[in-house]
Write a protein that binds this ligand. Structure first.
Ligand SMILES: [Zn+2]
Length: 161
């Protein structure tokens, strides 16, 4: 489902912070209530089963800590990745009438760098946007539900003449 707006309401995030929470609970507790957003959860359109958790970062690969995301992925038994995306200098032609959170125009993404969350300093995959969508498709096609299993079979039959 596409978002109608690219503006993110920070009200809850700010409310949750220690400086705010201390108004309602003791300072020690306010300091240890950790919370983070999950950038992206890819899930099966047919059965809603999560197929991957993704932390997205603008720019090129750099060391990042994603321990809570990794813990969640382990508990859910789904793969987790960190996806770095590089913007080009050309506006994305399908979003020329939109702006991002800062009011800036939306530029085309020209390259992705992807690492497994479990191995943030391990192999970095470089992908074009087309390769990235093919990779995402593979994650979705891995869902074991009957609907996705049928789609996999149909796609295999289309490949073989
Ligand atoms: Zn499914």
């Amino acid at each position: 489902m596409a978002e109608r707006s690219y503006w993110r309401d920070l009200t809850y995030s700010l409310f949750h912070r220690p400086a705010s929470a201390r108004r309602f609970i003791d300072g020690r507790m306010a300091d240890i209530l950790c919370m983070c957003d999950i950038d992206s959860m890819e899930y099966c359109y047919a059965c809603s089963r999560p197929v991957a958790l993704i932390e997205t970062k603008a720019g090129k690969w750099r060391p990042v800590s994603v321990t809570p995301l990794l813990r969640l992925a382990e508990l859910a038994n789904v793969p987790a990745f960190v996806v770095f995306y590089a913007r080009g200098y050309v506006l994305d032609p399908i979003y020329t009438d939109r702006t991002n959170l800062n009011g800036d125009p939306i530029y085309k993404i020209v390259e992705f760098q992807i690492v497994r969350a479990a191995e943030p300093n391990g192999k970095v995959w470089h992908m074009t946007p087309k390769q990235y969508f093919r990779w995402l498709s593979g994650l979705h096609l891995s869902c074991p539900c009957p609907t996705m299993s049928n789609i996999r079979k149909q796609r295999e039959q289309q490949k073989t003449p």
